[in-house]
Design a binder for this molecule. Sequence first.
Ligand SMILES: Cc1cc2nc3c(=O)[nH]c(=O)nc-3n(C[C@H](O)[C@H](O)[C@H](O)COP(=O)(O)OP(=O)(O)OC[C@H]3O[C@@H](n4cnc5c(N)ncnc54)[C@H](O)[C@@H]3O)c2cc1C
Length: 303
Amino acid sequence: MKDLPKVKGELLEDYELASLTRFKTGGVAEVYFSPRDVDDLSNFLKKAPKDMPIHIIGFGSNVLIRDGVLNGIVIRLQNDNFSQIEKIDDTTIRCGAFTSSIAISKFCAENNISGMEFLFGIPGTIGGAILTNAGCFGGEMKDIVVSVDAIDKINGEKKTFSLDECGFSYRKSNISSRWVFTSVVIKGVAGKKEEILKKMDEIKTKKDSVQPTYTKTTGSTFKNPSTEHPAWKLIKEAGCQGMKLGGAVVSPVHANFIVNEDNATSADIEDLAEKVRLMVYEKFGIMLEYEIKIIGSRKLENP
Ligand SMILES: Cc1cc2nc3c(=O)[nH]c(=O)nc-3n(C[C@H](O)[C@H](O)[C@H](O)COP(=O)(O)OP(=O)(O)OC[C@H]3O[C@@H](n4cnc5c(N)ncnc54)[C@H](O)[C@@H]3O)c2cc1C
């Protein structure tokens, strides 16, 4: 093992990442660290070598990890200490950053807290929902976040971000990628369990009918350039829907979803996404911006 600090959690070398992502693709992390708790994480970050990049992943439902060796340290908060939901008052809860957004929506329904129904449509962790201000069907993180606890990747210092400091806008937050989120406080409004469950069910039914929910995909590949020009429409009208590259396909169900249909590599997925961007640009003069986060560096085959 390299010159790494002693930890209480799990610290491993040469860790295969594909199984941790929804695409089921991606290379091998030089180092993988799953801290036991906030102090374990903070101590590790204080002492970790500063020349090793640090990458965070949650449920991997919004990332494309490139093939090959991923230099640096991958941190995943997979521990019960980061998956707890605690009630602060009747409508406010604190959740560990690795808590499933779906589990949070169910907890809120049980506790008659409304406003979190949209989380039922987002198959990631609540920590993973912060950077992109995740949302669907009219709800987004900016409507429910009170504060976010985080640790500085560079020096291990702790900080709490207020809602204002999060700087949420469409699929974006102003918090820099230098922070690891450890817990999130969210607030809803008083509601009735039956009505909340009905709304959650409607969201799920609607999503499942228009999206390839149960495939190897990471949801919307690109942000919508505007409400008049949703990405799926531009992609469809540019003739990209159904297009394949290697084992990857532009979903016939939803044109903004790329699916690993048949043993795709991350390079297949990225090359297909780039082809889509080019075709949309050639047809409409609009360059699509990625919603998914791409991690790692691309090795040139013939440098
Ligand atoms: C079928 C399907 C449907 C989807 N529908 C929607 C939708 O309707 N709306 C929507 O917004 N998204 C949607 N998504 C995308 C995805 O579910 C969300 O973006 C989700 O919030 C990502 O959470 P995650 O834990 O999987 O994050 P990951 O994919 O693991 O990571 C995403 C980003 O967050 C960072 N990150 C993760 N955890 C932390 C942490 N603790 N601290 C700091 N940074 C962190 C990562 O570094 C990465 O940059 C969908 C995905 C799928 C597969």
